[in-house]
Design a protein around this ligand. Structure first.
Ligand SMILES: *Cc1c(COP(=O)(O)O)cnc(C)c1O
Length: 371
């Protein structure tokens, strides 16, 4: 019997009636864009996170891009981020003509290392070739980055902090929800994220009133006071009403699902720690457990053993961004970010979702711990 990696079919079975009713309501009212569910979702997201504004949009990538457009990021600007993430985090910086400046990660949390960040920001400021503008920490695999330290550096250098919370919606940092930890945050509703739609979607979260106004304008072709007045260059960045309807149902189920993800993570860690490097969760933080990732010096053999018994795995991420061809222009080479490179060589992710049974987890642990 094979074990699903993501559990989306189980989730659909659990929420089927509510999902179908929600989708039906949209088909009946016919407001497929800017419909009432979009407004309701934005209110619910802002309330859940504890920020003033949620601006729903077409993807997590656009949720990263739009605040950078609003801040006017462009050529000559530097934005600091991790090379151990999904391409979108750094892609949006380069897309606007600015320069991604990579900073290596902490080996225990897989997140941006604040000590290295401070060194990198000071170096770029001193060299004077690029203007330091902002930091984009990623809450990787669901675990919030070290925001106390990151915000101190940002304040010292007058930088914005854009939280890439694409994988972490539902996580907590010292009593505050993910999405509220920088000046602005981007999250993704890609189907496999902890809060996933049935297609693409995302949201920007912020307490900044002026920024939220600009984001709403950018989302709709730089719209001004009315539909055919355009005051800036923008995007077709809206979220479909159908996706908003789906997300309202899934958001209501999220707290219970997060509890189940904690159960799964606890059981994995109890069974695997000692034999594998299991994920570290610093005191006061809660991961949303988008992924449960472990380190193994014999990764390929482990993956093969699991595969033979019907247990799927995934590697996030096999190539750190500084070694991707897309960023060849930055002139990096192997050895530039050794922690990220070591993770890329040793990490792999196990099935992680709220619907994994304890028996299934024990089976996975059993395969990994038998000799
Ligand atoms: C998924 C993801 C994104 C992009 O989200 P999309 O909705 O796929 O555009 C950005 N950053 C990280 C870290 C992600 O995991």
């Amino acid at each position: 019997m094979s074990i699903p990696f993501l559990g989306l079919k189980d989730q659909y079975a659990a929420l089927k009636d509510d999902l179908k009713a929600a989708i039906d309501r949209v088909l009946e009212h016919g407001l497929f864009l800017n419909g009432p569910e979009v407004i309701l979702l934005e209110e619910a997201l802002a309330k859940h996170v504890g920020v003033k504004h949620a601006v729903a949009c077409s993807s997590g990538t656009d949720a990263l891009l739009m605040p950078l457009m609003a801040y006017g990021l462009g050529p000559g600007d530097a934005a600091f981020t991790t090379p151990f993430t999904f391409i979108a985090t750094a892609e949006v910086i380069a897309f606007l003509g600015a320069t991604p400046v990579f900073v290596d990660i902490d080996a225990a949390t897989f997140n941006l290392d604040p000590a290295r960040l401070e060194v990198a920001v000071a170096r770029v400021a001193r060299q004077g070739r690029l203007r330091p503008r902002g930091i984009i920490p990623v809450d990787l695999f669901g675990l919030p980055a070290d925001y106390d330290a990151i915000r101190t550096i940002a304040d010292n250098y007058g930088l914005f902090v854009l939280e890439d919370a694409a994988q972490a919606f539902g996580g907590v940092y010292k009593g505050r929800r993910v999405g509220s930890l920088g000046h602005v945050a981007a999250t993704s509703f890609y189907p496999t994220k902890p809060l996933g739609a049935y297609g693409d979607g995302g949201a920007v979260l912020t307490d900044d009133d002026a920024l939220a106004d600009t984001l709403r304008s950018i989302r709709q072709h730089g719209q001004g006071a009315h539909g055919y007045e355009n005051v800036r260059i923008g995007l077709t960045g809206r979220l479909d009403t159908l996706q908003a309807a789906v997300l309202l149902v899934k958001l209501a189920a999220l707290p219970g699902e997060l509890e189940e993800r904690q159960r799964v993570a606890r059981r994995y860690t109890a069974g695997l720690s000692g034999l594998y490097v299991t994920p570290a969760v610093p005191q006061g933080l809660t991961s949303a457990w988008a992924q449960y990732s472990i380190l193994s010096p014999h990764r390929e053999a482990d993956i093969l053993r699991l595969q033979k018994t019907g247990i799927p795995t995934a590697i996030y991420y096999p190539i750190p961004l500084h070694l991707q061809r897309a960023f060849a222009g930055l002139g990096h080479q192997a050895g530039d970010f050794p922690v990220s490179e070591k993770m890329a060589a040793e990490i792999f992710s196990l099935p992680m979702h709220p619907y994994l049974s304890n028996d299934q987890i024990d089976r996975i642990v059993g395969v990994l711990t038998s000799d």
